[in-house]
Every structure is written in structure tokens, then in C-alpha cells.
Design a protein around this ligand. Structure first.
Ligand SMILES: [Zn+2]
Length: 437
């Protein structure tokens, strides 16, 4: 996007357009935006608790489109592989190291991703943004400090009836624009790039079937973060805990002294969780939590699904023990009930694996700086594909994308910040190439 030749149609705002972080960010922004607006229109919503993989076939619609576009850019080995990931290579001007760039095609099952209708609020003037499809949905800078800091930016939103899909189509668009730029500037020194676009990240299965050997990267980055300049080097460690309560169903007319109502026992279990601490709604920063997120069943049998999260593995184990204890207490209070607890560990904090390879952080910090942005190391209160891959031996911290308010109909993204993220990727290819000299 160039200030002189404004690429957008529609009403011109009176506000001055905010500057880009660097000339490269400005040069890349137009391509990033064009790709982003194309990708968000493809419905790629994932689904919970579906045994098949991917959890929804429609995710692959975008994967196939990306294979075609990668080949057009000149990455001729682009393919959708048996692990349902798109892999492709951009050969470097030196052979090693190989830098992986990873983003996920799916969007969260929690909010509709069908018929996304993106709007670009050009050179946004700072007034509350009322979303056109649902006027109750207002992006108010008075309560969104990240938005308030972006007066003059080109802000992309949905129409308020769906999510936008910046998580993680901003990351995809940035990788695609950066790789396209690198492919058409062969005079620029670069490390070899391996691209991966995964499925089902939002249901915690993004790195399942990920063939690390055929990917062949020495280090990698997910483009799945948020705020400008952030590099996430710590994730939660995560477990899911399913409590199944079996009661005894009897016709209510003849139930006296016989009925054991699993619905009531499940409610008691949920109410026994600490109300004022250890929950997502009462914690922040490094505090972990236990979180009942789904309850289902009948008088005969009820199931309560919890997730447990902490940055500290020992504390996570304590949270899981707490849930196991509360579940056993149900049986103590009602011995005729039968309670089963199933614990699954999903991913671990990536920090110890990243610390073994400090260069992976140093290179990203340098690349962010070269893109004209102040780098910030951050922790995330969530997980990424990179957490799983890091534990498997591929150190993979998470770079910012410029998207905000994820998993919401109020999701938004700044074009200026997306340009900066794409520029960071281009710089990263250069920084890693220099490391071989
Ligand atoms: Zn994501």
C-alpha cells in the first residue's frame, strides 16, 4: 500500500493514515491485505470432539487454494500431505539453516466463520466502530486500549455476525506475502524457508500427524500471535479432565429412596470448584486455572468437561489433583453414584525447549527490530502448535500477526501491523542466512 496511490475504494476518512513501521512493511501491506480478504471468505471452522481428521473437511478448501497459490509464487513442491498440512519450500541462497513458518487454516468452533464479510475501515478516525450486520456489536476504543492506540490505521473487521478469522488467516496472509516477496527478489540473501499450514489447531490437534522429519526445519516460528512486536516464548501447560458421573434413573413417580440423579451431582461438582480464584474469569498473567467448559447428560449419567492450565507443570499437576479430589467427593457424599475421571495432557509450556536454543529468540528479536518495530517477549495464556512441536524437538516460538480480540465477532486487525508482521518474516530469512556466515 502506498500513501500516494490509495488502493481502497469507499469513503475517504478525514483522519491522516498512520505511517508504516518500515518501507518494507508498507510495500508488503497491500499484498497481505488482498490475500487476507480472500482467505477470510473461505469458511474453515473446526469442530470439537470429532474423531475424524480434519474435524471438518471444509478446512481443506483453503489448504488447496494455498497449494495453488504457493505454486503460482514458484514454490513448486507445494502439496497437501498425508498429515493434512500444506508443506512447501522456498530454497535459500544458503542451504542451512532451514527456517519453518507455520500458521493454521482453521478457525474456532465457538463463533461462526461462514459467509464472513470483511470491512476495511480506512485510516480509522478514532470513533467507535459499529459493525454493520449487528449494530449491537461496537468496537469502542474507550474499552479497547489496543484499538485506541491505532487511530489512523486501516482496521479490518467482520460485519459483526461472524468472526473475522484473523486467527490465523492474518498469519497465513503474512507468510504468503513474505514468501512471494522473497521469491521475486532473488538478489536478497535468505535462509531456506519451509512453509506449513496446519488444520485443527483450534481444537488442540494442529500438530497431530505433523511429519517433523519431512518438514525438515531446524527452527520454526508460528505466526499465530497478536499484538504488534510480540514474540511469545511461553505457553500454558494444558490438561483436559473429563468427569463421568453415573447415577440411577428411576421413574419419578416411584423414585423415593431409589433415584440417584446424575444431573444434580454434576451441578454439585461444578459448584464445588473455587468461586473466587483458579478460574479464567478471576486470573491473569501467570496464574493458572481449572475451567468447567461443558456439561451434558441426564439423570442416569452426566459428564462434566474441565480444562486445567498453568505455566508451571507442578502447579498444573496440583490443579488436576484438585479436580480429582472434588470428583471423588461426589462419591463420598453419594456412595450409590459411580464417578470416573479421565485426564488427558494436551501440550506443555514451550519455555524449557526454547531456552535450549536461545538463538531462535535472538534472531526473531533482531528481525522484528529490522522491520521497524519494538520487540517484546511475552507469555501467552493459551497454547499453540509450536508448544507441541517444541516439545517434540523443533523449537517454535510464536510471532505476532496484528490480529486482536480473537474468537469473537468483534475480532479486528490492523493492516499496518499485518504489514509489519510480513516484513518481520522477510527480515527473519535474512537474519538466519547471516548466521551461517
Ligand atoms: Zn490461532
Amino acid at each position: 500500500m502506498r500513501r500516494s496511490a490509495r488502493p481502497f475504494s469507499g469513503l475517504e476518512s478525514l483522519a491522516a493514515r498512520a505511517p508504516f513501521a518500515s518501507p518494507l512493511a508498507e510495500e508488503l501491506a497491500c499484498d497481505v491485505l488482498e490475500r487476507f480478504l480472500r482467505y477470510v471468505r473461505v469458511d474453515t471452522q473446526a469442530a470439537y470432539r470429532v474423531p475424524e481428521r480434519p474435524s471438518t473437511q471444509k478446512q481443506l478448501d483453503l489448504s488447496r487454494l494455498l497449494v495453488d497459490e504457493l505454486r503460482e509464487i514458484g514454490l513448486e513442491d507445494a502439496e497437501l500431505n498425508d498429515g493434512h498440512s500444506v508443506f512447501a519450500t522456498l530454497a535459500g541462497t544458503t542451504d542451512t539453516p532451514v527456517v519453518g513458518l507455520i500458521a493454521h487454516v482453521d478457525t474456532t468452533p465457538d463463533v461462526s466463520g461462514a459467509d464472513v464479510s470483511p470491512t476495511v475501515h480506512e485510516a480509522w478516525g478514532g470513533e467507535p466502530i459499529v459493525l454493520s450486520g449487528d449494530p449491537r456489536q461496537v468496537l469502542d476504543p474507550a474499552v479497547l486500549p489496543a484499538l485506541a492506540a491505532r487511530v489512523g490505521h486501516d482496521i479490518v473487521t467482520s460485519d459483526g455476525t461472524t468472526l473475522l478469522g484473523a486467527d490465523d488467516k492474518a498469519g497465513i496472509a503474512e507468510i504468503m506475502a513474505a514468501v512471494a516477496y522473497l521469491a521475486r527478489t532473488p538478489e536478497r540473501s535468505r535462509a531456506t524457508i519451509r512453509v506449513a499450514f496446519t488444520v485443527d489447531e483450534e481444537v488442540g490437534r494442529g500438530a497431530e500427524d505433523f511429519d517433523l522429519e519431512s518438514f525438515g526445519a531446524d527452527i520454526a516460528y508460528t505466526l499465530d500471535g497478536s499484538d504488534l512486536g510480540e514474540l511469545e516464548v511461553e505457553t500454558f501447560s494444558a490438561a483436559s479432565v473429563r468427569v463421568t458421573i453415573r447415577g440411577l434413573s428411576v421413574h419419578p413417580g416411584t423414585a423415593k429412596d431409589k433415584l440417584v440423579n446424575a444431573v444434580k451431582l454434576a451441578s454439585e461438582l461444578v459448584l464445588s470448584v473455587p468461586p473466587d480464584r483458579l478460574s479464567p474469569e478471576t486470573t491473569d498473567e501467570r496464574e493458572g486455572y481449572v475451567h468447567p467448559h461443558r456439561i451434558s447428560g441426564s439423570t442416569e449419567e452426566a459428564v462434566v468437561d474441565f480444562i486445567a492450565r498453568d505455566h508451571d507443570d507442578a502447579l498444573l499437576a496440583e490443579h488436576v489433583e484438585l479436580l480429582e479430589r472434588l470428583a471423588r467427593d461426589v462419591e463420598v457424599r453419594e456412595p450409590r453414584a459411580k464417578v470416573e475421571v479421565e485426564v488427558r495432557h494436551s501440550y506443555r509450556n514451550m519455555r524449557p525447549f526454547i531456552e535450549e536454543n536461545p538463538r531462535v529468540v535472538e534472531a526473531a528479536v533482531e528481525a522484528i527490530r529490522r522491520a521497524g518495530v519494538e520487540p517484546r517477549l511475552a507469555i501467552t495464556r493459551g497454547g499453540t502448535d509450536g508448544a507441541v512441536l517444541s516439545a517434540q524437538g523443533l523449537p517454535t516460538p510464536n510471532l505476532f500477526t496484528g490480529g486482536q480480540e480473537y474468537h469473537s465477532v468483534r475480532e479486528w486487525a490492523s493492516v499496518q501491523d499485518m504489514g509489519a508482521a510480513a516484513a518481520t518474516i522477510v527480515e527473519l530469512a535474512g537474519v538466519w542466512e547471516e548466521s551461517t556466515r
